[in-house]
Write a protein that binds this ligand. Structure first.
Ligand code: ADP
Ligand code: XUL
Length: 527
């Protein structure tokens, strides 16, 4: 039997496993367990616990543990050769934190193969629920940390991002203020992506530079804890945090629990976990600077690899350590598919009609009009007062179809310029990447080739590929990242859309006009 590798993605709603066999470049399995359906006793909705304050969003960490047992049970039932497993790694929803008491390390080290994980680990939490990335209840703490560190640009310069409500540091500060006794009882703080490797390896696992950068606590330049950020967050925080390591670090062999209970190879290595976005970077094959993915989902996200560390002092987006070495960026635009749907519906079209309207309108509308697509409050740039703004266009003009997509692409072009990396190729993913007119505008505005990428479980695949890479490295036979991802992370064949050079001048002119309109409207909405 050939060696194989397992990636486990603990996301908001489910735990997904992807197994890969690199020798044959085969995906051996893709299995997903939905938390609400398969673990109803925890009472989650979409993987989260409801709170009377809608800005508070938590999840039960014990549910993630139980899901792990269920997953290994499934893997065994489906006949995966667990005895041949070479390495496993984890992808976790970013920012979510798990609070462990002083018994945790010992209990993790003594898991009993005869007793399910939940029974042994029920008592290890000093905070029964975990705040996750959807929690936005820490504005006060963000302001306090920002003030202590000398302003938003300084926080971004140090940690790669301005202070964000969902980031772990502000969440830890809130816990410390709200429940000082609970904080006192906390011996270890883990991320979702370091907690599950801790269970798998039976010891407190380190945090990697990818997910570590989503905490407002890691210095993005030194790739280690930032003493000033720690001090601004909570007292005695350093001793509650594990070390930060590069993303290919081996935590140790898999715990005896999994060997005896499920027949996993005792030689299987547990590789440090990372965040789902850093893992997706690998799962999409974005292993060279300038390779970018644009995900056109409910919101649109732009993320890619970058060799040098540059941060946005305006607070646009985030810089994380990349699991491949260097850095990665992530910028989120809230008005994605919902804005496109709004336009489609207000014109009474289906997606085909929407595409036809784009193809029958000239690039940049021949300069006759613009829209700022802020139907909902926008993240990039920050717009709190929603409402689309029109210039030289009426909402019932079919040209709005092209205008909205061009505006979205132009906003990405403008608000990712701080990265100092021009995209060399773009992988388009997400629901709207099925639309050929949208891909045409994307290629023209960004002036680079676009490929369509059909993803199912890119984060879990990325974790499996990271496990493979780390195993090779630790065996003294390192592979380049290109060799690691080859045959697994490939775009749809024949999906390449090349930019049309004759549109370049129109979009350069549009950029000037768009910037101007955006500046004016931003100033007006702040007035
Ligand atoms: P998420 O993962 O955020 O739920 P998806 O990546 O599944 O989102 O994308 C869903 C969105 O894709 C829908 O909201 C819809 O607007 C959009 N979509 C689906 N098909 C098309 C199409 N042919 N053209 C444009 N948008 C589309
Ligand atoms: C990234 C973020 C989300 C979660 C989703 O900053 O908050 O993408 O990682 O799981």
């Amino acid at each position: 039997m050939q060696r194989w590798y397992l990636g486990l993605d603990s996301s908001t709603q489910s735990l997904t496993a992807v197994g890969i066999a690199p020798d044959s470049r085969k995906i051996l399995c893709e299995i997903s367990l939905n938390f609400d359906r398969e673990l109803p006793a925890y009472g989650t909705r979409n993987g989260t616990l409801r709170h009377e304050d809608p800005t508070v969003v938590h999840a039960p960490p014990l549910m993630w543990v139980e899901a792990l047992d269920k997953m290994f049970e499934r893997l065994r039932r489906e006949g995966l050769p667990l005895g041949e497993l070479a390495a496993v790694s984890v992808s976790g929803q970013q920012h979510g934190s798990v609070y462990l008491n002083e018994t945790a390390a010992d209990r993790l080290a003594r898991l009993d193969p005869a007793v399910p994980l939940v029974e042994k680990l029920r008592g290890v939490f000093s905070r029964p629920t975990s705040p996750i990335w959807m929690d936005s209840s820490t504005s006060v703490e963000c302001a306090e940390i920002t003030e202590a560190l000398g302003g938003p640009a300084e926080v971004a310069r140090r940690t790669g991002s301005a202070a964000f409500e969902r980031f772990t540091g502000p969440q830890i500060r809130k816990f410390y203020k709200m429940d000082p006794e609970g904080y006192r009882r906390t011996a270890h703080i883990a991320l979702v992506s370091s907690f599950l490797p801790s269970v798998l390896a039976g010891r407190i696992a380190p945090i990697d530079v990818g997910d570590g950068a989503g905490m407002n606590l890691m210095n993005i330049h030194t790739r280690d804890w930032d003493p000033a950020a720690l001090a601004a967050t909570a007292p005695d925080l350093r001793r509650r945090l594990p070390p930060i390591v590069e993303s290919w670090t081996v935590v140790g062999p898999i715990a005896r629990y999994f060997v005896e209970r499920y027949g996993v190879s005792p030689q299987a290595q547990v590789v440090v976990g990372s965040g789902d976005n850093p893992c997706s970077l690998v799962g999409l094959g974005l292993v060279r600077s300038g390779m970018v993915a644009i995900s056109l989902g409910t919101s649109d996200t732009y993320f890619g690899a970058m060799d040098e560390c540059r941060v946005s002092l305006e607070g646009e987006g985030h810089v994380f350590g990349s699991p491949t070495g260097g850095y990665m960026t992530l910028v989120c635009f809230k008005n994605g598919s919902l804005a496109r749907e709004r336009v489609r519906d207000q014109l009474g079209l289906d997606w085909e009609g929407f595409a036809r309207a784009i193809f029958s309108t000239p690039p940049a509308l021949g300069g006759r009009g613009l829209i700022l697509p802020w139907f909902e409050p926008e993240i990039t740039p920050k717009v709190l007062k929603p409402g689309a703004r029109y210039q030289g266009l009426r909402p019932d003009d079919p040209a709005v179809c092209r205008a909205v997509v061009e505006a979205q692409m132009m906003a990405m072009r403008i608000h990712t310029r701080w990265m100092g990396v021009r995209p060399s190729c773009i992988y388009a993913t997400g629901g709207a990447s099925a639309n050929p007119a949208i891909l045409r505008v994307m290629a023209d505005v960004h002036r680079c080739p676009v490929y369509r990428f059909e993803t199912t479980a890119s984060a879990a695949l990325g974790a499996a590929l990271r496990a493979f890479h780390a195993w090779q490295r630790s065996a003294g036979d390192p592979l380049t990242w290109e060799e690691v991802v080859r045959g697994f992370a490939e775009p749809v064949r024949d999906s390449r859309v090349d930019p049309s050079p004759e549109t370049a001048a129109a979009y350069d002119a549009m950029e000037v006009a768009y910037r101007d309109f955006e500046q004016k409207e931003l100033a007006r909405s702040q007035a």
